[in-house]
Design a protein around this ligand. Structure first.
Ligand code: SIN
Length: 280
């Protein structure tokens, strides 16, 4: 297959054309894998995938992560159906985050396949945490490289009703996952900031919440500067995959009157590695 790679913005993201994901040979997959590492997030429009076909594509990237609080489809438990009904608020992923940062080995990647989309709105935004790291001053880079974050599941965060119901009380009080604020990408060796909004990245190791908050706010504001971002506009049949090791993403909640249905699979990741080469 001859792939055409069309950038989504001046910084990250690409649409890949000329691919039928149900008929992928190893050479084309190697090109797609390279494109994900280069672009951080890639999308394919006009795909016609059954749940099993989406799962086969996801398995090419690694082992599948099963969500602890959300049931998958009865016929395919690896796929979580994210549904927002017309008139409901979209509570799933409506803030800047990277998936499962509150666990010791957060998801490597997430794949979303659009089944039903609003006529307008419902885009997903992405921001590059490697561009954000690169744009820091040398002084701030040196400080950031020394910091480690405490990341806690945020029980106050708005979630879909289906999800909240299944989170046991003791899990809401789970132990924090500790990660380097600057992580080194295991495949590209590139450095990126690594943090999440909504009180999930709670504080820095060795600092109080009050001491940490202004610095965390700074890093979040810096990381979401428009020039580090791109957006995906979904059509029915669009599939996107993104690299959680160097990106944050956010689902836009700007389509109150419409239904949106997505099929989501996450691929397992590894413990994070800091600039000292030590796994967190
Ligand atoms: C997510 O945060 O994984 C969902 C993103 C979306 O629904 O656009």
């Amino acid at each position: 297959m001859a792939l055409e790679i069309i950038p989504l913005s001046g910084s990250i993201g690409a649409e890949i054309k000329g691919v039928d994901l149900t008929r992928l040979d190893d050479a084309s997959f190697a090109d797609i894998h390279r494109a994900l590492l280069d672009q951080g997030v890639i999308c394919f429009h006009g795909q016609k995938l059954s749940p099993d076909q989406q799962l086969s594509f996801a398995r090419r990237w690694g082992e599948i992560h099963l969500h602890p609080y959300l049931d998958g489809l009865p016929s395919c438990p690896e796929i979580i159906e994210i549904v927002k009904e017309a008139g409901e608020r979209n509570r799933f992923g409506d803030h800047w985050h990277t998936d499962q940062i509150f666990t010791p080995a957060p998801a490597m990647g997430t794949m979303l396949y659009a089944k039903e989309v609003p006529p307008v709105g419902g885009d997903t935004l992405f921001t590059s945490l490697s561009h954000a790291y690169d744009a820091l001053s040398e002084g701030m880079k040196a400080l950031a490289c020394r910091l480690r974050t405490y990341n806690l599941y945020d029980k106050q965060a708005p979630r879909s009703r289906r999800m909240s119901a299944k989170i046991p009380e003791q899990e809401k009080e789970a132990k924090p996952a500790i990660h380097p604020l600057v992580r080194v990408h295991p495949e590209t060796g590139r450095r990126s900031l690594y943090l999440t909004e909504m009180q999930t990245t709670r504080r820095f190791e060795g600092m109080t919440d009050a001491e940490s908050r202004p610095l965390i706010s700074y890093f979040l504001r810096h990381s979401t500067r428009p020039e580090f971002t791109c957006r995906i506009r979904w059509n029915v049949g669009t599939l996107a995959i993104w690299d959680n090791r160097c990106l944050m993403h956010m689902a836009l909640d700007d389509y109150p009157d419409y239904r949106r249905v997505m099929h989501r699979i996450t691929v397992k990741g590894e413990p994070t590695i800091g600039v000292d080469g030590i796994a967190a």
